[in-house]
Design a protein around this ligand. Sequence first.
Ligand code: SF4
Ligand SMILES: [Zn+2]
Length: 116
Amino acid sequence: MACITCDRSPVWRELSRAAAKSAGARLRRLGILPLKIDWPARASICERCPLRVIQGRVSYCGRPLLDQIRRSSSLDGCGCPTLDKAKDPHEHCPLDRSNRPARRIDGRCSCKWCDS
Ligand code: SF4
Ligand SMILES: [Zn+2]
C-alpha cells in the first residue's frame, strides 16, 4: 500500500527517496549490497562536471539535497553525494555528454555514464 503522506507531498517523496538512497549507500559500504563495478570511472566523470558541488569535503551532484529539496535533476543535479551515487548500480547521471537532460532512446540511456 502506498504511503499517503509521500504520495501527496513532493517534499516528503523526495525526502523518502533520499533516505532510501542513504540507507542503500550504508549497506553498500558494509558490503551487503553490490557496487557498480566501474564506479571509479563514473566518479571521475563527476569530478569534471559543471554541476558538481563540494561542501564539507564531500562531492555532491549539485547542491546537497537538504539545501534544495525542490529541484530539477537535469538543471540542479540530484543532490546526492557523487561517490555514493556512482557506486549504486541503479543510478544514472541526469545529463548527457553535452550537459543536456539525459534520455532513454530505444531502451538505451544517453547519460554521461552510460554513454562514456
Ligand atoms: S551524476 Fe552526472 S550531473 Fe551529477 S555530478 Fe555526476 S556527472 Fe554531474
Ligand atoms: Zn545512464
